[in-house]
Write a protein that binds this ligand. Structure first.
Ligand code: UD1
Length: 453
């Protein structure tokens, strides 16, 4: 079944409708060397929250530099079912929020994308009611919502769960002092989006400081919110009674940019990543430098950086931490790199407990990895050997594709709909850099393809 041909490729509705049926495979040619230029779009992890934040006011908001990925299609559909009109063309999203939107989300969409929970704060703050299905999302750990709920309760909402939904009500939220147990990205965003319309001052302490949070703060302030402390662990929000629609450019995707940097190092290539902000990847680029890469962050013609690598990389020890630490979303790529590096390394995962599950797939490619709790010990091997593997989430999928690029033969990476959630045109961009990567439309979920040659 070739579902890509039977629907409307490139349109939000077409992509969302395909979600269930697409079980495509990437056939990745090994012994690759990436060379050339790629351009990154706006960040998935920012644009989804900006889209949710449009619910804070009626009217039409424009979001530029939006990535053409499956998650944007899913969030578009979430908003449409709330009564919004969403258009996506040439990287620009136009979202028209009606005067009286629905406040109930659609379970069939929400359960596929955890970020849908971001509509909870805006809906209850602006419209006094939200009924949001409990989300699914990546298979990377328990990912609770307790801090989201506790924050909204402190702002005066009544929240309970019923039949798989979170239900929140409030006449008008009021300011509060909220301290997060952990700098959760999602909880910071939901509480922030609720606090901007609360009565009085809210202080949120121990917040996440990711560039995507800063992007959201800037977006909200443009809308008329009064938030101070951007980029620090304490955000102070003075509530306002209403906001206005705006136009905004999404922050560049540092995780996609970091993926290209890792790919350049692993394939001993030479890749210029345009449109990225090197400062958002300081820890990552420092480590790649320590592995032997030459990194140029002062390109004469605009934003971005260039990564060159001549030799086999040296292994790097990695500890994932909230920003500005090493991002957990680049941990699978770091393990893939360490799998072919000179020497042994330890990778420690401090954010998501289940994020090492994909290492079983890398082991199928010949990697030497031992997982013990939240540590993985990796012994570098000169070259991996191709085998059929399966993507279990977006970033694990990208990590497996990178491993396939440096394996002998052809590696089939199944379940690439995970990768489609976050990497716009991944196979086209890889091909443009000289890799041999093809998308194969798999007939069903269990298809692993013929033996590779
Ligand atoms: C976001 C990103 C994801 C990234 C992660 C950490 C999006 C769409 N996704 O996910 O790509 O890997 O940040 O940088 O932006 N937790 C709780 N209770 C809560 C909230 C979180 O226990 O109420 C735990 C989670 O289980 C997890 C940790 O906190 O172990 C971090 O989660 P969080 O920072 O909230 O990540 P997400 O917002 O889900």
């Amino acid at each position: 079944m070739n579902v890509a041909r039977s629907s409307q490729p490139g349109t939000s509705r077409g992509r969302a409708a395909q979600y269930h049926r697409r079980m495509d495979i990437f056939r990745v040619g090994g012994n690759a060397r990436l060379e050339g230029e790629v351009t990154v779009s706006g960040a998935k992890n920012s644009v989804l929250k900006l889209m949710a934040a449009t619910l804070l006011t009626p009217g039409t908001t424009t979001i530029n530099r939006a990535p053409d990925i499956l998650d944007v299609s899913i969030m578009s559909e979430v908003l449409r079912r709330l009564g919004c009109q969403v258009r996506f063309s040439g990287g620009t999203l136009t979202i028209a929020v009606p005067e009286d939107p629905s406040t109930e989300t659609d379970y069939q969409l929400v359960r596929r994308m955890r970020a849908s929970i971001a509509v909870l704060g805006p809906l209850v703050a602006r419209w006094g009611h939200a009924k949001v299905a409990l989300p699914g999302g990546d298979a990377i750990g328990s990912r609770g919502l307790d801090m989201h709920v506790a924050g909204l309760v402190q702002l005066g909402a009544q929240v309970h769960s019923e039949h798989g939904f979170l239900i929140a009500r409030a006449d008008r939220l009021h300011g509060a002092t909220i301290r997060l147990d952990f700098p959760s990205v999602g909880a910071t965003e939901n509480i922030l989006m609720a606090a901007v319309l609360a009565e009085g001052r809210t202080v949120i302490d121990n917040t996440a400081r990711e560039p995507e949070i800063i992007d959201l703060v800037q977006f909200l302030n443009k809308m008329g919110a009064q938030i101070e402390g951007e980029g620090t662990p304490t955000l102070v929000v003075d509530g306002v009674s209403q906001l206005k629609p705006v136009e905004h450019d999404t922050v560049p995707d540092r995780i996609v940019a970091g993926t290209w940097a890792m790919a350049a190092v692993m394939t001993r290539g030479d890749v210029t990543v345009r449109g990225a902000t090197a400062a958002h990847l300081e820890r990552v680029l420092d480590l790649l430098g320590a592995s032997g890469a030459m990194i140029d962050t002062h390109l004469t013609d605009g934003r971005g950086f260039r990564v060159r690598m001549n030799d086999r990389p040296k292994s790097i020890d990695v500890r994932t931490l909230p920003y500005p630490g090493f991002p957990t979303d680049l941990q699978p790529m770091a393990i893939a790199l360490d799998s072919i590096a000179q020497g042994s390394s330890i990778v420690t995962e401090n954010v998501f407990e289940g994020r090492f599950m994909f290492t079983n797939e890398l082991i199928r490619l010949g990697a030497s990895i031992q997982v013990d709790g939240h540590h993985a010990a990796i012994r570098g091997t000169e070259r991996l050997s191709s085998a059929p593997v399966e993507a279990t989430d977006i970033r694990a999928g990208a990590g497996l594709v990178l491993a396939g690029l440096v394996a002998d033969g052809f590696t089939d990476v199944a379940h690439v709909h995970h990768i489609d959630r976050g990497y716009p045109g991944f196979e086209q961009q890889l091909s443009a850099l000289g890799a041999d990567v093809r998308r194969i439309h798999a007939p069903d979920e269990d298809y692993f393809g013929p033996p590779s040659t």
